[in-house]
Write a protein that binds this ligand. Structure first.
Ligand code: NDP
Ligand code: VSD
Length: 308
């Protein structure tokens, strides 16, 4: 398979999969499914008791005695601790970098804007954007140093990175930020043959979702109520399928698919004119990406490879 091929095989057997936020919900389901496929799995989260329970569950998915299944306690909002944790996890693999990195940590405390302090708003950026950034930052540097050319980096965002509404002023900005990071990294990490994926789930019936429901404004519940949601196992499976397909942006149900391919609920200024711009943009930007953004990075990647 070529360096820039879209359909590189996503083979996890015997590979080290590093999961930020893997002790419950989506991250734990993902960890178990990767272990089912014979991967070495590291899960990272804050609470040791939850990690112990999760690791015991992960063990029940072990396929071979040689599989390394580990759990590390770390608050991923702390960049130094996050960097130290990924290095510690790699020790079990002769200090080789992770093969694949999944950023799943996050949390949502929905509320009305004026009833939420600026401090609480910022915390949501920390829980989501900062944990995501810190989960992948050091690991990507290690992947680059090791010259691993078929690594995957998956950033978990949300359908709320394609639209937003009342109650989500705390959360959506952090998920839009993750989307921005994924867009930039998709292009830049082509330098090293690392594929980046942006995962945008809708409602997941996870422990985190149960917690957010307790504080969610009724109006928010009413608006999003049409989305019935899915189990963490189902959603993790969709993430893996999307990575296998080689999709950059991974959505798996009508709302996500439709949002990703439209302006969502953003009001238009002028329907006719903007329809025309949408049409032009749909045609022009992929060509420009191919010629300019991706083209330039591919040239740079070739130069880098020649130097090695
Ligand atoms: N549930 C939903 O409806 C949706 C969720 N998402 C996103 O999917 C991801 C998973 O969500 P979900 O399964 O619901 O989450 P859960 O709250 O059920 O699980 C979150 C996991 O992340 C860990 N975690 C949280 N904060 C940190 C931190 N600072 N450092 C390290 N680990 C942390 C938690 O463990 P611990 O608390 O012990 O640290 C736990 O293992 C999140 O990014 C979420 O925003 C996207 C769309 C919908
Ligand atoms: C064709 C389209 C029909 C229109 C239907 C529109 C449905 C809107 C559904 C909104 C779903 C919001 C999920 C939030 C997930 C999330 O990230 C939070 N749970 C935070 O964790």
């Amino acid at each position: 398979m070529g360096l820039f091929s879209r359909s590189k095989r996503f083979d996890v057997a015997g590979k080290h999969c590093y999961i930020g936020g893997g002790s419950e919900g989506l991250g734990l389901s993902l960890a178990c499914q990767l272990a089912d496929r014979g991967a070495h799995v590291t899960i990272v989260s804050r609470n040791q008791a939850k990690l112990d329970k999760a690791l015991a569950e992960l063990e029940t998915h072990r396929q071979a005695a040689s599989q390394v299944l580990q759990a590390h306690a770390c608050d991923l909002t702390n960049p130094a601790a996050a960097a130290e944790t990924v290095r510690a996890a790699c020790k079990a693999h002769a200090s080789s970098s992770p093969d694949h990195i999944f950023a799943c940590a996050g949390g949502s405390v929905p509320g009305l804007f004026t009833e939420t302090s600026a401090e609480e708003h910022w915390k949501c950026m920390e829980w989501n954007f900062r944990t995501c950034l810190n989960t992948v930052h050091e690991g990507i540097k290690l992947m680059k140093e090791d010259g691993k050319r078929d690594g995957r980096v998956v950033l978990t965002s949300s359908v709320l990175a394609y639209m937003s509404f009342i109650g989500y002023s705390t959360y959506s900005p952090s998920k839009y930020a993750i989307r921005g990071l994924a867009e930039a990294l998709r292009n830049e990490l082509m330098l090293y043959g690392i594929s980046v994926h942006l995962f945008a789930p809708a409602t997941i019936h996870s422990p985190g979702f149960d917690r957010e429901q307790q504080v969610k404004p009724e109006v928010t519940k009413k608006i999003e109520g049409v989305d019935e949601g899915n189990s963490p196992d189902y959603v993790a499976k969709q993430m893996i399928k999307g990575v296998e397909r080689g999709d950059f942006a991974i959505t798996y149900e009508l709302v996500g698919n439709a949002l990703r391919n439209s302006r969502g609920i953003t009001p238009r200024n002028n329907l006719h004119l903007e329809f025309l711009y949408a049409f032009i943009g749909t045609l022009i930007f992929p060509i420009w990406r191919w010629l300019s953004a991706d083209g330039e990075v591919k040239k740079m990647a070739k130069q880098l490879q020649q130097k090695q």
